[in-house]
Design a protein around this ligand. Structure first.
Ligand code: NDP
Length: 241
């Protein structure tokens, strides 16, 4: 039986590439999303991957969503905590709503999506938890105090969880992407990209979502059992942590 993988925010952007790569690698995949039904339905019809709508910042909704995935597909052995949002602004102008939305979606989701699964992983002596952080959690970023706090927070979470579960066959790792050519980044005007962003990236180009997905497939494998508590920077050399 193929192992079952859940990808949060798995219907668009980097998450969609991760869902597709895991499916192509032979896993049974469930892709979660938050609200964009149109994108999710399109993704489902393009890929055949089932989609599950629940808000990763809502503990009760996650518990219910995860139980329904397990009922449909079987126990979840691989969790990719990918869903994330930005609500940028300089901290001295930031509202508590901006702060809190990002912390709830990007950091509370570590609890809400992992807690319902961790006991089962421990009982089955196998689990792979892969968390998508960001270069901006490693180095900080102007206008992203909320996002940088959350993305740094997930690295601490991963290390603690890795220690707690290392003797149970459950690994916990982080991938920290740099600038990836998703819709959001592609919308940046060409001249801004060339003048301001590409010069920061030694490799000289944006990353592709599929490149991040390759990292996830690698860490998800049964063969990756000796890697835990680590952070894999995938940023074209922009920041060497
Ligand atoms: P997108 O905005 O393209 O996609 C986000 C996905 O997360 C969507 O599927 C969205 O669902 C889902 N989502 C958002 N909020 C929730 C929620 N509350 N509950 C459930 N699902 C939710 O994001 P990216 O692909 O750009 O980013 C993916 C991850 O990678 C994020 O954690 C981001 O911080 C990180 N990252 C991205 C970088 C980049 O360059 N793009 C760089 C570094 C890190 P819906 O479609 O319903 O809105």
């Amino acid at each position: 039986m193929a192992r079952v993988a859940l990808v949060t925010g798995g219907t668009r952007g980097i998450g969609a590439a991760i869902s597709t790569a895991l499916k192509n690698a032979g896993y049974t995949v469930a892709a979660n999303y938050g609200g964009n039904d149109q994108a999710a339905n399109q993704f489902k019809s393009d890929t055949g991957i089932p989609v599950y709508k629940f808000d990763v910042s809502d503990a009760a909704a996650c518990e219910a969503g995860i139980r329904s995935i397990e009922q449909d597909l079987g126990p979840i052995d691989i969790l990719v905590n990918n869903a994330g949002i930005t609500r940028d602004g300089m901290f001295h102008k930031m509202s508590f709503d901006q702060w809190s939305a990002v912390i709830r979606t990007n950091l509370d989701s570590m609890f809400t999506c992992t807690r319902p699964l961790i006991e089962g992983m421990r009982e089955r002596n196998f689990g792979r938890i892969i968390i998508i952080s960001s270069i901006n959690g490693q180095k900080g970023q102007m206008g992203q105090a909320n996002y940088s706090a959350a993305k740094a927070g997930v690295i601490g979470f991963a290390k603690a969880l890795a220690l707690e579960n290392a003797n149970k066959g459950v690994t916990v790792n982080v991938i920290a992407p740099g600038y990836i050519a998703t819709e959001m980044v592609r919308a940046v005007p060409e001249e801004v990209l060339k003048a301001k962003i590409l010069p920061l990236i030694p490799v000289g180009r944006l990353g592709e979502a599929e490149e991040i997905a390759r990292g996830v497939v690698f860490l998800a494998g049964d063969e990756a059992g000796f890697i835990t508590g680590s952070t894999l920077s995938m940023n074209g050399g922009q920041y060497m942590a």
